[in-house]
Write a protein that binds this ligand. Structure first.
Ligand SMILES: Nc1ncnc2c1ncn2[C@@H]1O[C@H](COP(=O)(O)OP(=O)(O)O)[C@@H](O)[C@H]1O
Ligand SMILES: [Mg+2]
Length: 456
């Protein structure tokens, strides 16, 4: 071996030499794991006298530059990380064998313990409380990684990359897939990740920090159900795991459903949001509404004339006509009548029916905004009564998907008349417009009350 072993600038380890030690320092032991990238060995650092883990890039993949790039990325990523739950970087180098083949190595601190994959294979079952503790630990690590500037995304969270130390703490290994989101780095098209644990957007090559949360969710589902997430049924790209988990506390279920949302925009996408949902402080619904608009109001606004009657899973909401809309409406009717009176000499027998029809439409449409509305949701059927045009509607309660807020101008009457702000009861994909003339706080309150009934 050369005398340059201690030269920190040197990353060419040279030949393994006579000592049998890599770089004259590292001893290779048993194989710990074999993955897509190569082999990981138990090892020993004779310089520091400590056990190490040595990862070697596989020979067949070593020919591929992409693999080398990923391997080097892992080294660079690990070197810059400092966290008690991440093995520390020790060295990275390559050596040339006598036959000219080049071998790449990454040396890191050895972690005592077992991977969660090994625990699953041994038949160990985690309790739901155990799952919550597990999530807590991993969220700590993700909080650190995602909070770095630029954020670091692990991209391969799964049971075989998480280890349980004998003292009960958890360690995240395998930074071979890591991505550092930097404004200066152009990411190649390398798709990494593992089937079943990988989020749809990561599969499409658009990884974000929330992709790690998805993989965490899939990992926890695996730990709790002992079913590989790739073997679970899917419905509209959503993992159907619920019936395989019995007696999970509701916050844990909400967390899992929230992080496993296939649509990244709807997912619980930050660590702090995840913690809120898990601690039962925020429901997924609240978290979701926060993103799109203001949260629903769940207390009756002082001074509101709306009446709400809740009895078991029956709900009755009575929305009185708005005085302001009523005044605007009647003022407009009078104005129109006056204008028509003045225009009377110009009206011919031809234009008369057109004018009359327009006026009648105006009267009818106007009624919709000024009439009181009654909404009744019974266990089986619902009924909405608007005393006007497309007024009364009855349907099946189970068809009600949601109640949404509409901002002023968002919807058009007859395709061109902008509607004022209101509420929309979604009967499947069909919108039932109501709640005109309410204040913003009343709309959010009614939405909150109706949603509470729909999710009951
Ligand atoms: N620092 C470490 N200490 C102890 N064991 C480790 C360490 N890193 C990895 N391992 C073991 O080696 C296996 C493979 O390593 P990993 O880095 O995940 O490589 P791969 O890309 O092949 O999945 C892991 O599943 C784990 O059992
Ligand atoms: Mg791995």
């Amino acid at each position: 071996m050369s005398a340059s072993i201690h030269d920190p600038k040197l990353d060419q380890g040279g030949r393994s030499g006579d000592s049998g030690l890599l770089k004259g320092r590292f001893e290779l032991g048993e194989v710990l794991g074999r993955g897509g990238q190569g082999k990981t060995f138990r090892g020993f650092d004779h310089l520091q006298g400590t056990p190490v883990a040595i990862k070697e890039l596989g020979l067949d993949v070593a020919e591929k530059w992409k693999a080398i790039e990923l391997f080097e990325r892992e080294g660079r990523a690990l070197r810059n990380l400092e966290h008690e739950a991440i093995p520390s970087y020790i060295d990275a180098f390559h050596i040339e064998d006598d036959d000219g083949t080049v071998r790449f190595f990454l040396v890191q601190q050895f972690v005592e313990g077992q991977t969660f994959q090994q625990l699953i294979e041994r038949g160990e079952v985690i309790s739901t409380q155990g799952a919550i503790d597990f999530i807590d630990h991993v969220l700590d690590i993700l909080e650190y990684l995602h909070g770095l500037n630029p954020p670091v995304i692990h991209r391969d969270i799964k049971p075989s990359n998480l280890m349980l130390r004998p003292d009960g703490t958890i360690v995240l290994v395998d930074f071979g897939a890591v991505q550092v989101i930097s404004p200066h780095s152009v990411m190649g098209s390398t798709i990494v990740g593992t089937t079943g644990y990988v989020s749809p957007e990561q599969l499409a090559g658009r990884t974000v920090p929330a992709s790690d949360l998805y993989s965490l969710g899939a990992t926890v589902v695996h730990l709790l159900t002992h079913l590989h997430p790739a073997d679970l049924p899917m419905e509209r790209m959503r993992l159907k795991f619920e019936k395989h988990i019995i007696e999970a506390p509701p916050p844990l279920m909400r967390f899992l459903q929230g992080v496993l949302d296939p649509v990244v925009e709807d997912r619980i996408c930050t660590v702090s949001e995840a913690r809120n949902v898990l601690s039962g402080q925020g429901s997924m619904e609240l978290a979701r509404v926060h993103k799109g608009g203001p949260p629903p109001v769940l207390r009756r606004p002082v001074g509101s004339k709306i009446e709400v009657e809740e009895e078991g899973n029956k709900l009755k909401v009575w929305l009185p006509a708005s005085g302001r809309y009523r005044r605007i409406y009647w003022a407009a009717v009078l104005l129109l009548l006056g204008a028509m009176g003045m225009l009377l000499p110009l009206v011919t027998s031809k234009t008369m029916p057109v004018l009359a029809a327009a006026f009648a439409t105006f009267l009818l449409v106007g009624q919709l905004f000024i009439s009181p509305t009654r909404l009744t949701i019974d266990p089986d059927t619902f009924y909405i009564n608007r005393h006007t045009v497309n007024g009364n509607h009855r349907g099946w309660t189970e068809d009600l998907a949601d109640v949404e807020l509409r901002q002023s101008g968002e919807e058009k009457f007859l395709m061109f008349i902008p509607m004022p702000a209101h509420l929309v009861l979604m009967e499947g994909v069909y919108p039932l417009h109501f709640g005109f003339g309410l204040t913003a706080v009343e709309r959010r309150w009614v939405q909150g009350v109706v949603r509470r009934r729909l999710s009951a």
